[in-house]
Design a protein around this ligand. Structure first.
Ligand code: ISE
Length: 325
């Protein structure tokens, strides 16, 4: 590999567009976009305006097979991730895959199996909060033990609004999926059970969407987590976490209300992409792995069952392969 990572971006919609601009900005070192794939050629053309020497494809196979591509960034809708992940893993290409890894745990497990077969971790999942300064401060406090044991996490995940097509399912697999991964990252533990409650519904929540809602989780050691989610808040985008330690409380994100997730997490996205580029240039993988994507998918399944039943639902995980230990 050269000393510059030649990236193919698959999916040039909202996140793909954002990542293309990021990689081409001077905030990211050591990478450039050489190919953009989108079934809608116009969307791809718009995303590469002003970028030189970039090829447009409507078929991702052609981009992956092209000799001039070192790595793949996937930003299509989740249900289209697996068909790109599989050939990319087979070709031994490092991948940054936007969340979710895939829409369910069975298909995510197939990605894990593909990496186990290749005997190489190639996939970083786009759980950008792991690169957020506030999250890292809490994680460092957990690791150092200086504030005593972590006992509880109180999280808030507020969106101003969501597309009309947003379903009850999306509340879990598009919104709370970030907390599932975030909790696993902050605590270093698996989530054992998930409960989901909703009471009075907002007039802004259309169809079967239950909003606001409260998701409650318990980790292996008994750390209790509450997530208040309100995706039709009208007032702004806000993600906060309060970590309750034996000897201290740590709060992050409280003073940040943005219009959407891109400005709120711009630094985290930059760090995430830079970490991916640096690792890929060294032939390594860093950040949330395919295993983490699989575990988050399993948590989503428990969350969806919990939303339906109102009961606590156990998270079912296969045994972790050695590759991820
Ligand atoms: C969105 O789909 C995302 O993935 C964002 O990261 C998240 O913060 C937002 O709430 C979701 O709607």
């Amino acid at each position: 590999m050269s000393n510059e990572l030649r990236v193919a971006v698959v999916g040039a919609g909202r996140m793909g567009f954002d990542h293309i601009k990021r990689i081409e900005s001077d905030r990211i070192k050591g990478a450039r976009v050489v190919a953009v794939v989108d079934i809608n050629e116009e969307v791809a053309q718009r995303a590469v305006e002003g970028i030189e020497d970039v090829k447009i494809y409507t078929d991702f196979h052609k981009a992956i097979e092209s000799k001039g591509v070192d790595a793949v960034l996937i930003a299509t809708p989740g249900f289209l991730h697996a068909p790109v992940l599989m050939p990319a893993i087979e070709a031994g290409l490092p991948v940054l895959c936007e969340k979710p890894l895939t829409p369910d745990s069975a298909s995510s497990w197939e990605i894990v199996q593909a990496e186990v077969e290749a005997d190489k971790k190639l996939v970083q999942v786009g759980f950008m909060r792991r690169f957020d300064g506030g999250y890292r401060t809490i994680r460092a406090a957990v690791e150092s033990g200086l504030s005593g044991e972590l006992l509880q996490l109180e999280c808030e995940h507020i969106n101003p609004d969501v597309p009309e097509s947003y379903t009850g399912r999306n509340l879990i697999d598009d919104t709370v999926v970030h907390e599932f991964d975030g909790v696993r990252f902050l605590t270093g533990e698996e989530i054992k059970t998930v409960r989901a409650l909703h009471g009075k519904k907002s007039k802004y929540a259309t169809g079967e969407l239950q909003d606001p809602a409260k998701v409650i989780m318990e980790t292996e050691s008994g750390i209790l987590v509450t997530v208040n989610t309100h995706v039709t808040s009208q007032y702004g985008y806000s993600v906060t976490t309060k970590a309750i330690f034996e000897d201290n409380h740590l709060s992050v994100g409280n003073d940040l209300v943005n219009s959407s997730f891109e400005p709120r997490f711009v630094d985290a996205y930059d760090q995430e992409v830079q970490a991916w580029v640096d690792a890929a240039l060294k032939g390594e993988q860093t950040g949330p792995s395919a295993w983490d994507g699989y575990a988050a998918a399993a948590c989503c399944e428990a969350g969806l069952a919990a939303l339906e039943s109102g009961e606590a639902v156990a998270v079912e995980l296969n045994e972790k392969p050695d590759l991820y230990k």
